[in-house]
Structure formats: C-alpha cells, structure tokens
Design a protein around this ligand. Structure first.
Ligand SMILES: [Zn+2]
Length: 280
C-alpha cells in the first residue's frame, strides 16, 4: 500500500491526489487520478506549483507504478500545467484534445498527442474511454473507466457547485447536450476535477440538468423589453449566489444569454441585453 498520506485510495486500481490550490474556482483543489495497478494513467496532473510534480512522482513510486500516459480533461491552468514537468521526468506521452489557439486561458504549447471521441487508453486496470464533452470549454473530455464504473469528469461536473461555462470557447447548449448524452450511461460514480467522488451519478446528472434549465428559465423571466446591462441583470438572476462568486456567475449568465440568443429569445444591444420582440 502507498505510504504517501496525501494519496487517497478510491478502490482497486484507483487513487487520487489533491493539489494545494484551493480557491473559489477550484474548491478544495484540483484532483489528480491514477488508474491502473502498475501501468498507470494519470488524469489531470494539476497546476504548476513548486511541489506538484514531486508529489505526483512520489505517488507513482508509492504505487510501484510506471506512468504510461498523462491524460488531460482540458487545458486550463488548474488541470494541465504539471504535465510538462512530469512528461520531462518520465517521458510519458500527454493526451488531450488540441488547444483552441485564441483562448488565453488554455495552455498552448504542450507536446500533445491529440485525443478523439471514443479513443481508448490502456492501463493494466482496464481501459479508459475518451468521451468528448464540450460545454465548460469546447475541447473538454471526460473519461469512462468501464471496469470500475467510474466517469472522470474534469470540469464537466464538480462537487458542491455548478461549473462555469466560459464563452466563447464554452457553450451552454453544448454543455446541456453533453450532460444529456451521459444520462443514458451505466455510471456508478462520478470522479470530479474538484471535490469528493459523487455516488448516484444519474441523480447528480439529472439534478444538474434541472438546475441549468431552471436558471435558463430565470434568465428569461428576468429579461426585460428594454436593454439592461449584464451586471444589473446578474443581481436578480443570481440573487441566490454569494456576491464573491458573481464574477464567475457573470460568465455563466453570458453563456445563458448567448444560448437564448441562438433560440431567438434574447438579443444584445449596445446597452446590454433584452427580450426579442417575438418573445415579449
Ligand atoms: Zn476548467
């Protein structure tokens, strides 16, 4: 058994390590996951912190493992940067969907092997299947570990809060579609990029879909025929959220408004957002 007290066993051939990066955006910190007995895949190595690569190498040693691949759910800085040092130390390839060049929040220059939907990645504890789940960002993937019944969800589903949808590289409609797609899978447990594992996976997915639909309905109900600045609309639509989260909520509100615009229900003007004539 591993001796590193930071490394947590979640079941046979499955371990997790929490990075030292707690924040409003990352919750208790970023969770990295090791899948396999000795031939290991690591999902989301985490941020570029001074101790992060050493902690991951220590975990690999504690598992008596060899790193076969570094797998990224997406390229945000709380999930991906430690891949660089780990790749340099171990030679393990880095798998991810390619970066969106215009998105400054994504790491652009990692030496990636490009993933595609459905791609299988092997471990000696069972394969991981790549599941493209656009929404938080459009090049986000979850990973389905069928032999464990676990879905590694990155920032698609996190524990204790809803994820931020970040337009224009994230998209509310595609986020909902990605959730719907997962709602038919025999998932036993969700392993999020932030927070503890979530049992009763389908109840979580159903609740998340319902929450997003309720929020979209609230946005529509609060929109007025006259244009209104997003910041002003935000205080009514997110009156249930603490104000220190409003900067993040503004991104998701923008994503909801863009979705309503695509549906012909909302429109943007120079002074803000309003209902379309046909939806009044
Ligand atoms: Zn993210």
């Amino acid at each position: 058994m591993p001796h590193d007290s930071d490394l947590q066993c979640l079941g046979p051939h499955l371990h997790t390590l929490c990075a030292h990066n707690p924040s409003p955006m990352t919750g208790t910190g970023t969770q990295s996951y090791f899948i396999g007995q000795h031939e290991l895949l690591l999902v989301d190595p985490g941020p570029d912190l001074p101790d992060q690569c050493a902690r991951l190498l220590q975990a690999i040693a504690a598992l008596d493992g060899r790193l076969c691949g570094i797998v990224l759910t997406h390229l945000h800085r709380d999930h991906a940067p430690a891949a660089r040092a780990l790749h340099a130390s171990t030679g393990a390839p880095i798998y991810a969907m390619p970066a969106t060049p215009a998105d400054s929040l994504q790491l652009q220059d990692l030496p990636l092997q490009a993933l595609h939907d459905g791609q299988l990645l092997a471990t000696d504890g069972g394969d991981l299947r790549t599941v493209h789940t656009p929404g938080h960002v459009d090049n986000h993937c979850c990973f389905w570990w069928e032999s464990g019944g676990d879905l590694l969800t990155g920032d698609h589903l996190i524990t204790g809060s809803t994820v931020v949808i970040i337009p224009p590289y994230g998209h509310m409609g595609r986020y909902m579609d990605s959730l719907e797609r997962l709602s038919h899978w025999p998932i036993r447990r969700l392993l999020p990029g932030h927070g503890a594992p979530m049992r009763d996976a389908q109840a979580v997915i159903a609740a998340t879909l319902a929450h997003r639909r309720a929020r979209a309905a609230k946005v529509l109900a609060q929109l007025r025929p006259e244009s209104e600045a997003l910041a002003s609309l935000l205080t009514r639509v997110y009156d249930d959220a603490p104000t220190h989260l409003h900067a993040l909520a503004a991104l998701s509100l923008q994503a909801h408004l863009l979705q309503l615009q695509e549906e012909g229900l909302a429109e943007e003007s120079a002074s803000g957002w309003r209902l379309t004539a046909s939806s009044r």
